[in-house]
Design a protein. Structure first.
Length: 268
């Protein structure tokens, strides 16, 4: 009687290797999309500059908002950078719905590619888009007299914070896409969420001057921790960077897991 040799157990590292390689491959595809159509990046650079030039200049003159040792423009600039990351990423689910409608998403999902790899590649692309306004906004802020640090380590850490936050909001958008199913519904939900997330953070004004109920909401708003991190890194405001980055990393992980779990609903 012949004996069939048992198959050796699969290495525990194989799923991790597959996740990393597929994420890298899909990330390269996302980079190619950015290179072929960078119109969105250019248009996204305009809005934050207008916020800084108009809103920032007006409120700096009336001095209605207490910002401690920081000028209002120094206080506002990190908030506008955070706003840009939010606005870029919160509608990212529209892209994945379009890919579903075009049949692209279905073709990718029938391969052995982990769903988390698809989500992480999209989050990476959203993070890069979230960095685009920095190219224009920081020089404008410097021209307006904002004392932004030139420490390369702090600048790199600020870029990481922006990418983590944009990645989280893009995952949130993709998770909503799995529920909303259509671009119109996602657009409506995204518009409903954007302003509350922005105004219920400390991007425009300190938490201390908010009503109590809004302070509670601000404390659980990931955008608040991004603004805190950017202020601590870019304009040397007091910040608990360990706590800020802990929240940003935790939010990104939860976002990836949630979006990956709901991604299958798009192709059913």
């Amino acid at each position: 009687m012949s004996v069939v040799a048992a198959q050796p157990p699969a290495s525990w590292a194989e799923p991790i290797r597959l996740l990393v390689t597929r994420t890298a491959a899909l990330g390269i595809v996302e980079l190619q999309k950015l290179r072929s159509d960078n119109t969105e990046l250019v248009t996204r650079m305009v809005q934050p500059v207008l916020w800084l030039l108009i809103f920032g200049q007006i409120f700096s003159r009336i001095r209605a908002i207490p910002t401690g040792d920081l000028s209002y423009l120094e206080f506002l600039t990190p908030g506008i950078l955070a706003q840009s990351a939010l606005f870029v990423a919160i509608f990212f689910g529209i892209q994945i719905i379009w890919e579903r409608d075009a049949g692209i998403l279905t073709k990718v999902m029938v391969t052995p590619t982990p769903r988390a790899a698809i989500v992480m590649a999209k989050a990476f692309a959203a993070g890069l888009r979230g960095l685009a306004p920095v190219v224009v906004l920081v020089p404008v802020a410097l021209l307006l007299g904002v004392g932004i640090t030139v420490n390369p380590l702090k600048l790199i850490a600020a870029a990481v914070a922006l990418m983590l936050s944009a990645g989280f909001f893009s995952c949130l958008s993709m998770a909503i896409a799995g529920v909303a199913q259509t671009r119109d519904r996602l657009m409506g939900i995204g518009q409903l969420m954007t302003m509350p997330l922005f105004f219920a953070s400390n991007a425009l004004y300190p938490i201390d001057i908010m009503p109590t109920w809004l302070q509670v909401i601000s404390q659980v708003n990931p955008l608040t921790y991004l603004v805190n991190a950017l202020r601590g890194l870019l304009v040397d405001a007091p910040a608990n960077l360990w706590a800020d980055f802990g929240v940003l990393v935790g939010s990104a992980v939860i976002g990836i897991v949630g979006a990956a779990a709901l991604l299958g609903k798009l192709v059913r």
